[in-house]
Design a protein around this ligand. Structure first.
Ligand code: ADP
Length: 274
């Protein structure tokens, strides 16, 4: 999937795409993550699930180099996250300032900056990549619109297009479905399915447990600490979910397995009966 060679930090051919080693992140006296260790291999696709405040965004920010661990280490292809332009990060929509005066096309072109470098103008190939990414998210018709004029679902698609135009090797999507209308949800779901089929390396935060289990080969369940990580049938059990969600979890018997309901909306899901 990738083409970062010149500008990116060096990649160790033997190293996994991402590793966290005993990572703790504190904000003042709040411990958002504690002693989290895991490996995401090249081509792995993992959903990150956990209740509100579990540390999902903090984990993403630590991978993207936006937040520095208080303890422990994050490695991207074997080295620290700071100089890696191969990371495509789509933050939660409500954490982006949409008043920024840019057209859809320009916002997606910003994803090419790592490839372009500071000393040349975008060329035909860059413009083609941007158009191709916009076509993938079904937004080519709106290329000239100011991003501030778009609906929430369209804005989410623009940011996904930006990561696609970037040709990121490691894609981080923080709650890409939250607050979207159904057509945008479907569009993003289709793109995710396509990326999974193409063998992209993906980390996607979601609070939809059912979707996490159905769409992703790996699920990471966190609540400040890493509670479980592995295939969905091993991670999404009533025991581990109980540890993560505590009293916010309601498990009711259902026809096939059990229906799990959490306090955050749209997060119902089925887990196997043990
Ligand atoms: P999630 O994405 O799972 O909802 P977050 O990573 O946003 O969780 O938050 C984890 C914890 O860290 C929460 O208690 C939250 O209030 C706290 N937190 C997150 N960001 C900050 C910050 N910049 N300053 C202080 N506390 C923060």
């Amino acid at each position: 999937m990738n083409s970062f060679t010149g500008n990116d930090a060096p990649h160790d051919a033997q190293a996994p795409a991402l590793s966290m080693e005993h990572v703790t992140v504190r904000y003042g006296n709040v411990t958002a993550l504690e002693d989290v260790s895991f490996i995401l291999r090249r081509g792995d696709q993992a959903a990150v699930v956990g209740p509100n405040g579990a540390g999902k965004s903090t984990l993403f920010n630590a991978v993207a180099g936006i937040v520095k661990p208080t303890q422990g280490r994050v490695k991207i292809y074997g080295s620290g996250p700071d100089r890696h332009i191969c990371i495509g990060y789509v933050p939660q929509r409500n954490r982006i300032d949409w008043r920024f005066p840019a057209s859809v096309f320009d916002a997606v072109m910003m994803g090419r900056i790592g490839q372009i470098g500071l000393f040349r103008w975008p060329n035909r190939k860059d413009r083609e990549k941007v158009r191709g990414a916009l076509a993938q998210v079904d937004m080519l018709d709106l290329a000239d619109r100011p991003i501030g004029d778009l609906s929430g679902g369209q804005q989410q698609r623009v940011f996904l297009a930006r990561a696609l135009a970037q040709e990121a090797e490691l894609l981080l999507l923080d709650e890409p479905f939250t607050g979207l209308d159904e057509p945008s949800r479907q569009a993003i779901l289709t793109i995710l399915q396509r990326l999974c089929a193409a063998g992209a390396t993906l980390l996607v935060a979601t609070h939809d447990l059912q979707q996490a289990g159905e769409l992703f080969p790996l699920v990471m369940l966190i609540n400040r600490t890493l509670i479980a990580y592995g295939p969905p049938d091993q991670v999404l059990t009533s025991e581990t979910l109980g540890r993560a969600y505590g009293s916010r979890l309601h498990i009711v018997p259902a026809e096939q397995g059990e229906l799990v309901l959490t306090d955050t909306c749209c997060s119902g899901g089925r887990v196997p009966v043990e």
